[in-house]
Design a protein around this ligand. Sequence first.
Ligand code: AHM
Ligand code: MG
Length: 336
Amino acid sequence: MRQITVIEHLLLHQRQNPMATGQFTRLLNELILSAKIIGRDVNKAGLVDILGYTGNVNVQGESVQRLDEFANSVLVHRMERAGVLCAMASEETADLIQISHRFPKGEYFLVFDPLDGSSNIDANVSIGTIFSIYRVKDGLSGQVELHDVLQKGAEQVAAGYFIYGSSTVMVYTTGSGVHGFTHDPSVGEFLLSHPDIKIPPQGKIYSVNEAYWNYWDGATQRAVGMFKDPNSELGRLYSLRYIGSLVADFHRNLLYGGVFMYPIDYRDPKKPKGKLRLLCEANPLAYIVEQAGGMATDGVNRILDIEPQELHQRTPLFIGSTAEVEKIREIYSQAG
Ligand code: AHM
Ligand code: MG
């Protein structure tokens, strides 16, 4: 069987795909290489103890970074040198990451969560890197300001994630469907394994941290309650699946159908909009789910229509199959 790599796939779809420019291909190549490096270190995370590393210093006297810091530094280092970005933003960094004057700049703005779900690393749970790409005005030079690059999610030109699990998988969209590629270590390439992914219109899975039940408002409790009631309008009893690693929960629901929820809760008054971040988590997954035929909302608004005000803005998130997300939106709209 003919095996197709990500870049071949991008170029094959060149005619329909205006994203297959040299700059964009370069950007994607650099992201893929970064993910291979991150994936390699994720896979050997458990060996750190066996090899006798202590504290933060390894046997060579080099400091051993936490994996999320490592992932962040790999991405910043590689992407800064790619010559295709005007700026970057990372979940790990408070401000915009400027491209040094030593490197050429390009027309893209990259946002990423370098290692989402990293608190799960020690238990061998799947974790992931999420990315979101925007094109910005030409000719941005010098210091890039937030207002130069902040755009709503609907303006994304590409988005995707790498999931480091039983195998490493890359899922991405450039606006013409969602495609998945599995890393084949024997050839060192991501090969097309999930062409044109479509999320089932209704699933059987709901994913939410139900321990926060007492901290939810009535509408959220009603929305979640619906999945435990086989007589609800959705007409079936659901299964609860919650890994606590966004990429892993999202990826499973994308393939099997269902809904992932991270609603507002009132545990922490400092987080009145939930935990997840609009730019590096909600927007890229919302773009993917819509391209796969699903939906993403904050309960009221389409995620991709939210105008971002700040880099690390948080948002409630309901994302997945249309039947469930529509129903949740209905419940919130009735609650006013
Ligand atoms: P992180 O970016 O600090 O890793 O946090 C994000 C993670 C997501 O992967 C996951 O969906 C969520 O936090 C789980 O949160 P909770 O433990 O509150 O259920
Ligand atoms: Mg995260």
